[in-house]
Every structure is written in structure tokens, then in C-alpha cells.
Design a protein around this ligand. Structure first.
Ligand SMILES: Cc1ncc(COP(=O)(O)O)c(C=O)c1O
Length: 461
């Protein structure tokens, strides 16, 4: 296969056409026009990606918490080819396919006991929409027709479609241009034990942040509330791992007021946190789980809302009880076949256990950075999902200034040194689950050098 890398004129041509014709999500065109503003990735192997200029990077965020099994798995390409050649597509509203049945069966085996039914869609946002639809219609089918509100948490991220954006519960994505969104979102505070929104301290607080949700429910009247949605271990909010009692408390409150508990496992799922699913750290059963990203390691787009027996039972029986609506490409046979093969790789290669083991090692290595670098305020996370939080001066709790421009500076420095990651004052670290100890060292050494460069560029001794 010829690579673009061999031809400097072609490299430039790709970059220019990319800037002119491609709408790169979340990047302003001005940014793309800056030097090295548009990075065009060409190939990948294991934890590494190579761009058209021939630069090799560690994919320190697995793309976007996606590529669990690593890049370059030709076995997944073979599965896709075979399924396409056998039967690429059939009406997904009325029929099913062997790969869809097989994947749903596998998910019933690996999810917590009591989650046994999968509704497949194409993206995490759609999975969130579907989970909310399930929750609302579950109540409706039982004759409880006034429940339209959904409780979510400040600082959370659940997607980009209108319903998902309505429960984002944050200004992480600027919602203003799209308002009014879907009515009925109620935001409660998130978990953040270092800067508790209630200025309390764990364990004396007795997880007040969870307990107080009951007050919100009473204020809004329980009979108007359909669901509560949150990531078991929040990523958007910066890898805060809730205390053990947190989820048990949420479960108790949801049960008491008949509220559907949706766990958004779009990032947490499939081993990222060192368990198959994030909620398994807490020993409680969700009513609905949403999964996406690592379900297929990104080899093809696929996502799902996974329903508990309790929720699934609410759609049985009378005619008209079936969940309203369908998606043409939901349950796509090729995506299901690839996702199944991906989950089998995660199982066969013990990648969940590897994430747990490498996560412990990564954690100690990141803590070394905290003792070494003045700007590192905190490092935290679980499994292979970590955050490095930086400030201009952590001691006086002084943030970087606008002139410091860390949002532009840090990704550039990391890239120069050989890492692709989401970075600003916080660096998200979530490498593919196949990473080994030497590669953790290689990655942390690069981050170490990068932070030294940041301190030097900003003249922070
Ligand atoms: C927790 C969570 N839920 C939902 C989504 C939306 O997924 P998608 O981008 O596939 O629509 C994301 C995306 O990052 C996410 O992090």
C-alpha cells in the first residue's frame, strides 16, 4: 500500500483540502489554519498511531476512550469483510440477524446479572436517547403518564443530540445556541471530593451529594420524574471516583420514588475502569445501561441501551406496549459481528484484568509526576482512565491565565513529544487496554518531558 508520507506535495495537498472541505468536529477553522493545526492520521498499530507526515504517536486517549483492543487488528477487518459478503443489511425494524442475536447474548453474559436485553443503535448519544425513551415509556406503559423529567449531574456529558444535550447538565458543550432544549432536565451536583460543592468532607458527609438528590426529587414532585442518569465513574467531570456508598444511596432513592436509574457506561464500559462495567465497582444493579465506544473498539460505529429484566418486562404483554421508534442502521449486522469479535478479544486476552493491573502502575507513575512538577495539582482515576490536573500554582490555588493558553500549548507540546491526548489544564490519560508496563513508562516519560517543557515555556520554576 502506498503511503502519503512518501510524497511531501501530497501531504500538503491533504492538509489544504482537509482545511478547506472537512468540518472537523469541535475545532475552529482558525485553529486548523495554524501551523500543524490539522493532523491527518494514516495508520495505527497497538497503542500507536502514525500521521501522514510519518510521525508516530502514543494514542494516550484510545482516540476518545474507544480503541480498547488497540489499532491494527486485522482479525476484526476479516470479520467485517466476511459479514459484508454474507449479508450486509436487512430491515432492522422487522427482522434480526445472526450477529445481532449473538452479540445480544454475549452482552447478557458479561453485564451484571439481571441485564439481559440489548437495543442496538449507532452512537453513544443515541444510546442515551434510547435509554431515556425506555424510561419514559416504561412509566407510560404502567399508566404513570406524567413522568417527563430526567435528573442528571452538573459537569456531566451524555452526547450531542437534543435529548442527550438536555441532560448534559453542564456547560461543557455550550447549549445556549440550541435552547430551548427538551423540557424537564433537572441538574444536581456532581461528585467532587476535593472541592465538594457543599463544602463537606468525606466520610463525615455520609455522601450528602447523593442523599440530597432526594430533596430535589421531592421539590420537583416524584410523579414528574422519569429517570436519573449518570456515569458510574464520571469522566467529563475529571475522573472522580465516587465513594462506595454513593451508588447504593442513589439506588435506594431511585427505588423509593420509582425512578429509572440509567448508568451511562459509554466510557466506563468494557474494562476501561478495571471491571467489565463501571457500576460493578459498586455492586448495584442499574435499570438501564448505555454502552458505545469500546463495544466495538471503534472498528465500526455501534452502541446500545441495555435493559434490566424489570424494564424489559414493562414492554411485554398488550399490543402497543412495544418501545416506540426504530433506527435504520441500529443493530447493523456488520457492526454487530465486529463488536462481538471485539468483545471476544477483550475476554480472550484478559484485557479487563490488564486494565486493572496497568491502572495501578499508571497511578503510581502519575503520582511521581505530582511530586516532581510544581504545576501538577492532582492526578487521579481508576483502571486506565486518569486525569492529570494542572494549575499555574497549586499551592495558592492559582489557575493558568488566558495568556498561558494551555488549551493550545499543551496538546502541541505533547504532540511534539509523541503523544496524542486531550489536554489543557487537565490531561486525559486513557490508553488502549492492551498497553504493557514498558509502554506505560514510555507514555509517562513523554508526559514528564512535556510538563517540563510547559513549565519552561511559561517560566514556572
Ligand atoms: C459518557 C458519555 N455518554 C455519551 C456520549 C456520547 O457518545 P457519542 O459521541 O458516541 O454520541 C459520550 C461521548 O463522549 C460520553 O462520554
Amino acid at each position: 500500500m502506498t503511503t502519503v508520507t512518501d510524497d511531501p506535495a501530497l501531504i500538503q495537498d491533504y492538509i489544504e483540502r482537509g482545511i478547506q472541505h472537512l468540518w472537523v468536529q469541535t475545532q475552529g477553522v482558525d485553529n486548523l489554519r495554524k501551523e500543524d493545526g490539522l493532523v491527518v492520521i494514516e495508520s495505527g498499530d497497538g497503542i500507536y498511531l502514525t500521521d501522514i507526515k510519518g510521525r508516530r504517536f502514543i494514542d494516550a486517549m484510545s482516540g476518545l476512550w474507544v480503541v480498547a483492543v488497540g489499532h491494527g487488528r486485522t482479525e476484526l477487518a476479516d470479520v467485517a469483510r466476511e459479514q459484508m459478503a454474507t449479508m450486509a443489511y436487512a430491515n432492522t425494524f422487522a427482522y434480526s440477524s445472526k450477529p445481532a442475536v449473538d452479540l445480544a447474548t454475549k452482552l447478557a453474559q458479561i453485564t451484571p446479572d439481571g441485564i439481559n436485553k440489548a437495543l442496538f443503535v449507532n452512537s453513544g448519544s443515541e444510546a442515551v436517547e434510547t435509554a431515556i425513551r425506555m424510561a419514559k415509556q416504561w412509566h407510560y406503559n404502567r399508566g404513570d403518564k406524567g413522568r417527563y423529567k430526567v435528573i442528571s449531574r452538573v459537569g456531566s456529558y451524555h452526547g450531542i443530540t437534543a435529548g442527550a444535550m438536555s441532560v448534559n447538565g453542564s456547560n461543557f458543550i455550550n447549549r445556549a445556541p440550541f435552547e430551548p432544549l427538551v423540557p424537564g432536565n433537572v441538574a444536581v451536583e456532581n461528585v467532587n471530593c476535593a472541592r465538594c460543592p457543599y463544602e463537606k468532607t468525606y466520610p463525615e458527609c455520609d455522601v450528602f451529594c447523593a442523599r440530597t438528590i432526594e430533596d430535589t426529587i421531592k421539590f420537583h414532585r416524584p410523579e414528574t420524574i422519569a429517570a436519573f442518569i449518570a456515569e458510574p465513574i464520571s469522566t467529563a467531570n475529571g475522573c472522580w471516583v465516587p465513594a462506595p456508598e454513593y451508588w447504593r444511596t442513589i439506588r435506594r432513592i431511585c427505588d423509593e420514588y420509582d425512578i429509572v436509574m440509567i448508568c451511562d457506561e459509554v466510557i466506563n464500559g468494557f474494562g476501561r475502569t478495571g471491571e467489565w462495567f463501571g457500576i460493578q465497582h459498586y455492586d448495584v444493579l442499574p435499570d438501564v445501561m448505555t454502552v458505545a465506544k469500546e463495544l466495538s473498539s471503534g472498528y465500526l460505529p455501534i452502541a446500545a441501551a441495555l435493559a434490566s429484566d424489570k424494564i424489559a418486562a414493562g414492554f411485554e404483554g398488550e399490543a402497543g406496549a412495544a418501545l416506540v421508534g426504530g433506527s435504520t442502521f441500529g443493530m447493523h449486522p456488520v457492526a454487530c459481528a465486529v463488536a462481538l469479535a471485539n468483545v471476544e478479544i477483550i475476554e480472550r486476552e484478559n484485557l479487563v484484568a490488564n486494565a486493572k493491573k496497568m491502572g495501578v502502575y499508571l497511578d503510581t507513575r502519575l503520582q511521581e509526576l505530582q511530586s516532581k512538577h510544581r504545576v501538577v495539582a492532582d492526578t487521579r482515576g481508576i483502571g486506565l482512565m486518569h486525569t492529570i490536573e494542572m494549575k499555574r500554582d497549586p499551592e495558592s490555588n492559582t489557575d493558568f491565565t488566558d495568556e498561558d493558553a494551555v488549551g493550545e500549548r499543551m496538546p502541541r507540546i505533547l504532540r511534539d513529544e509523541g503523544i496524542l491526548a486531550r489536554a489543557g489544564s487537565a490531561i486525559a490519560i486513557a490508553p488502549p487496554l492492551v498497553i504493557n508496563g514498558e509502554q506505560v513508562d514510555e507514555m509517562v516519560d513523554i508526559i514528564d518531558r512535556s510538563i517540563t517543557r510547559l513549565e519552561s515555556e511559561l517560566s514556572i520554576a
